[in-house]
Design a protein around this ligand. Structure first.
Ligand SMILES: Cc1cc2nc3c(=O)[nH]c(=O)nc-3n(C[C@H](O)[C@H](O)[C@H](O)COP(=O)(O)OP(=O)(O)OC[C@H]3O[C@@H](n4cnc5c(N)ncnc54)[C@H](O)[C@@H]3O)c2cc1C
Length: 285
């Protein structure tokens, strides 16, 4: 197995162009499991751990550009206030060891429907910056996920960063697992209030071939939510129903499709209630 080790972003792109089959490795928390279990034996690995550009985040024109190699632990510590939904999701990933090594870039690269960063990226309108030697593409998160473990990333491309605006309202993430830690989501849900636009963003995880938004539920809230009033229980109930209806879950070892739909409706109602209570508290202060 060849081991390619670029020391700059340009060198990484040149190496990927020269060897499109090379498998990028960042934290290695997915890649090494697959190699150890002989799921894949790639002809070449492209180690991105010496590429300094991937390990920084910056604020540009009101948005955060977070390098693909920034580990979860750093997102929690340094961006928890600005990107609270993503930080909440990051806190649920694996164990401290996994959060030290694992990255949102790797979660995106793996594109598993169960990846915990995807729902908050969707709810928060994230954009994924990908690049090849030929140029850069900015892909909205909702266009990034194409199928089970399939993304819009082309063979000669690498993920450079994701972009997200700081939260303009409360955000919440919720995950159901078979235990409290070190668990792949049975299903998960994220909500992001955008009060200035009178809009609510959503993201569903582990309940369809790809992470996805609950578009009808979002449209329903855009029409039905009275931003000056207490939450109408009927609106809450219908929102849960529409989120559950947006999923297309399967029965598998982690849970049944029926259970996933039920849990999604509960998480949708809960996270919206938490977010709404926070929003009302800030307004009342
Ligand atoms: C014990 C354990 C517990 C886990 N728990 C969770 C959990 O609770 N929630 C969860 O979501 N995940 C979990 N995972 C999976 C994994 O930790 C996450 O998916 C993590 O985000 C992967 O990040 P990484 O940097 O380690 O990726 P890597 O393993 O380095 O890479 C993952 C994939 O992304 C590709 N890739 C990496 N960087 C780039 C790049 N810059 N451009 C293009 N492609 C790239 C790789 O080629 C590979 O296909 C767990 C894993 C383990 C071993």
């Amino acid at each position: 197995m060849d081991f390619l080790r670029p020391s700059s972003w340009d060198e990484a792109l040149a190496m990927k162009a020269g060897t499109p089959g090379a498998v990028p490795i960042q934290g290695g928390t997915d890649v090494m499991v697959e190699i150890n279990f002989d799921v894949h034996r790639p002809a070449a690995l492209l180690d991105l751990n010496q590429v300094p550009e991937l390990f920084t985040w910056e604020r540009i024109d009101g948005s955060y550009r977070v390098g693909a190699g920034v580990p979860y632990v750093q997102i929690i510590a340094e961006l928890g206030h600005e990107l609270p939904g993503l930080a909440q999701a990051a806190r649920t990933v694996g164990s401290p060891q996994i959060r030290n090594r694992g990255t949102v870039g790797g979660n995106l690269g793996a594109a598993s429907p169960a990846g915990d960063s995807h729902p908050p990226l969707l709810a928060g309108d994230a954009i994924i910056e990908v690049a090849s030697a030929a140029g850069t593409r900015m892909i909205p998160a909702h266009e990034f996920y194409l199928g089970v473990k399939k993304s819009a990333l082309r063979p000669d491309e690498l993920i450079r960063a994701f972009w997200m605006k700081p939260a303009d309202g409360p955000q919440y993430f919720s995950k159901v697992g078979t235990r409290n830690a070190m668990v792949i989501a049975v299903c998960s849900f994220a909500v992001a209030l955008h009060p200035s636009e009178r809009r609510v963003g959503t993201g569903i995880g582990s309940a369809a071939p790809t992470p996805r938004r609950a578009l009808e539920a979002e449209a329903f809230l855009a029409e039905s939510l009275d931003w000056e009033a207490r939450m109408d229980p009927e609106v809450l109930r219908r929102f849960g129903e529409l989120v559950a209806a947006a999923a297309s879950p399967i029965d598998d070892v982690r849970g049944t499709a029926d259970y996933r739909r039920h849990a999604l409706a509960v998480m949708a109602r809960r996270t919206l209630t938490w977010a709404w209570n926070d929003y009302r508290k800030v307004r009342a202060a």
